[in-house]
Design a protein around this ligand. Structure first.
Ligand SMILES: Cc1ncc(COP(=O)(O)O)c(C=O)c1O
Length: 300
């Protein structure tokens, strides 16, 4: 699925640093660490009917990532919430909105890799856009397995949600050339890690399986699926899984804030065949939707 430009976003206001700018004035310095080395952390959030979904969980992950990268002057959580709410209110965005929240290490005194060149503290960007769910959850998506692996903690820990996304982008490039929607990335041992942009689940004989969060991002939607399944008495197991097991699953779906729960209907040319008539994906999807307000924070 190729996202389209939405003219409704032409005149949006974007938070950069400590205030709002018009879309075409919203910029970072060429000395910013994000330009110099992709040295930033980020979150993708969604707004549902006046509420920001799982806001604290996202901000906690952002804080953990920034601490792992040893950022200076990480803004207080209340300050980030204020920046998000002000951005949404200025744009009158109370639903159908996606927020790309970025915290860069900030501006450097001269170009270079060394974080000691950063004397101004981190730089906060709140980019809120009108955006429907990115994937087609009714018809599902097709994927291939990429030759590009997901990083192991030995290389770059996938638990840090950083802006060095080039291995995921290379996997997506492969998917584009193959004419499919996304690419499965394996871990360094050859087990399935996740898609290039979302986490993966499969259902086989009424049990849900998902890879350990060793080489994938421990997604917030992934966490909710596990929580809701357990609370509903559905068997769910985290284990090492091969692509072969995914080929033979009854249901396969991916999860992420940008698309919620999306069915996969083809993997490497093999159709996903629901031999048992499983409806576990849609059941869990509905249960998560029932919690939208409980898990959301009201825009204030
Ligand atoms: C590589 C990757 N996997 C999975 C996800 C899904 O995570 P979440 O459910 O927290 O949106 C994301 C979202 O940013 C991602 O970048």
């Amino acid at each position: 699925m190729l996202q389209q430009y939405n003219p409704k976003n032409e005149n949006i206001k974007v938070w950069v640093g400590d205030r709002l700018f018009d879309r075409h004035e919203a910029k970072v310095s060429v000395f910013d660490s994000i330009v110099q080395g992709g040295d930033g952390v980020w979150e993708g959030l969604r707004v549902y009917d006046n509420h920001v979904f799982c806001l604290d969980k996202h901000l906690e992950r952002l804080e953990y990532s920034a601490k792992a990268l040893a950022f200076d002057h990480i803004p207080e959580r209340d300050y980030i919430k204020k920046a998000i709410f002000e951005t949404l209110k200025a744009n009158r965005m109370f639903n159908e909105t996606h927020i790309r929240l970025t915290l860069t290490r900030g501006e450097k005194v001269t170009s270079g890799m060394d974080p000691r060149l950063n004397s101004k503290g981190s730089n906060l960007i709140v980019l809120a856009e009108w955006k429907p769910l990115v994937y087609d959850n009714k018809n599902g998506i097709r994927v291939i397995t990429s030759a590009i692996q997901r990083n192991s903690p030995r290389h770059l820990d996938s638990k840090i949600h950083h802006n060095n996304l080039l291995n995921n982008i290379l996997a997506k490039v492969q998917a584009n050339f193959a004419g499919v929607d996304a690419a499965i990335m394996l871990d360094t041992q050859g087990f399935v890690s996740e898609l290039n942009d979302t986490n993966l689940f499969m259902v086989h004989k009424n049990v849900i399986y998902t890879p350990h969060a060793d080489a994938c991002l421990p997604g917030i939607t992934r966490g909710l699926v596990i929580e809701v399944a357990k609370a509903s008495g559905i068997d769910i197991i985290e284990k090492n899984l091969t692509v072969n097991e995914f080929y033979n699953a009854d249901e396969v779906f991916c999860t992420g804030t940008m698309g919620e729960l999306t069915p996969l209907h083809e993997i490497d040319g093999r159709p996903v065949e629901n031999k048992t008539g499983s409806n576990l994906r849609s059941l869990i999807h509905e249960k998560i939707h029932e919690k939208i307000y409980e898990l959301g924070e009201k825009i204030s």
